[in-house]
Every structure is written in structure tokens, then in C-alpha cells.
Design a binder for this molecule. Sequence first.
Ligand SMILES: Nc1nc2c(c(=O)[nH]1)N[C@H]1C(S)=C(S)[C@@H](COP(=O)(O)O)O[C@H]1N2
Ligand SMILES: [Mo]
Length: 236
Amino acid sequence: MTDDGGTSGAPVGRRVVLAMLGLGVAGVAAGPYLQRGVEAVTSKDPTGLAGLLPGGGGFRYYSVVSSVTPRTAADYTLTVDGLVDRPASYRLPELQALPQRRIVRDVQCVTGWRVPATPFEGVRLADLLDAAGVRPGATAVRFSCFDGAYSESLTLDQARRDDVLVALRMQDAPVSHEHGGPVRLYVAPMYFYKSAKWLSGITVTSAVEPGYWEHLGYDVDAWVGKSNGRDDAPTV
Ligand SMILES: Nc1nc2c(c(=O)[nH]1)N[C@H]1C(S)=C(S)[C@@H](COP(=O)(O)O)O[C@H]1N2
Ligand SMILES: [Mo]
């Protein structure tokens, strides 16, 4: 009997795995609500089989909306505005032409999953803020997303850290649409919910404005290991 995936002979375990792989593929194609569902399955999955689902090495694909229209280099723009002297907008090649920084840390979602040693690469947010010329009185930065729903924010001090990137690459490849490409935020020292996907706007403001999940109870200062009451600091 060959293991050909036919109607007879395949062990039950294999059929279960194949069924779950099918679910995972559907989840990637159909969007986040299903992936949320997959994550719920994972946490209740005593066999660990759910860990075999496609998801890019342990990542879960999250979105608070059911679908996001992809943007490419042809139609992507990042605006920098608010309390700045020189509002700007960048096309993808312009971002790619700026100095890039690569950071490799663990990714930690506040719901418990962690992906070790994940490379991100992009422009320091600090460089974009310097280029725009932050005005006196500004204390914070708000991020908006072309999914039309998600938002995040950082204090200006947090935003100027060396480990906060406007990321163009993730896992040594361009940030995929599912992971929030072509450009997402990457806030290395904080829970991954701070790393806004599908980044479209950076607005310098006079006060921190709590983001999407923060309205629902997550900490605004989302330091891994210090906030939300759990998790060790990620290994560097
Ligand atoms: N625009 C947007 N950004 C987002 C989210 C989202 O739903 N929408 N989810 C956040 C959360 S809770 C996590 S854990 C990560 C997930 O990133 P991934 O889908 O690349 O794994 O994105 C963060 N950024
Ligand atoms: Mo998350």
C-alpha cells in the first residue's frame, strides 16, 4: 500500500494532518478570522498537530478586518505628517534607498506564541522623524494602516529608539501582504500588536492615542516582559 493520499490506506493521523493543512491554506486565502480560529484550535490542541499548519514558521496571520486590498510598489505611499516642519510622502523605492537596519529578535504575541530569532529590516523610524523635523510640543506618534481599521501609537521617545523600524523586509524577504507588506512597523522590544501591519501613515501628535487593541484593554506601553503581566523578555 503506497501512501498516496487516496481513499484507502492512508493512516488516520495523516488524514487529520492533511485536513488541517487544508484548513490552514483556506485561512491564509480567506483571511484573518479563520486564522484567529486556527490559533484557538492551536491552543486547545493536545497533539501539537496544529503546529504543522502553514503559517510561516510559527506566525499567525492577524487582521482585524476580513480582507485588505494589497498594495504594491505601484500604488504604495507612506505619509509623514502632523506636528512636523516638513510633511513628506514616500514611495517604496524611496524608502528602499534610505539606510537600512537589520534586527534579529524573538517575535512575541501577547496571546502567547513566540517566533525565535526573526530578522526584520528597514528604515529607522527615527530617521523619518528627523527628516520631517518634529516640532516642539510633540510627544507622540500615531500610526495608521491601509486596512482602514488598525491603529497604533508610541511616545516620541519610544519611536526614536534604535530598535523601532519601518520594516520593508521580514524573514529576509520583502514583507508579504499577509504579514502587512509592503511596509509594516516593527517595534522590537514590545509585543507584536505594536507592530502595525499595512502601514500607511505616521502622524506626530501632542499626546499618545491608544491603538486598536489598547481600546480593548491591552497596555499602551507594551514592553515584552514588563507589561500585560506575563512573558520573559525576548532573547536578543
Ligand atoms: N494592521 C494590523 N496590524 C496588526 C494587527 C492587525 O490586526 N492589523 N495585529 C497585530 C497583532 S495582535 C499581531 S500578533 C501581529 C501579527 O503579525 P503577523 O500577522 O505578521 O503574524 O500584527 C499586529 N499588527
Ligand atoms: Mo498579537
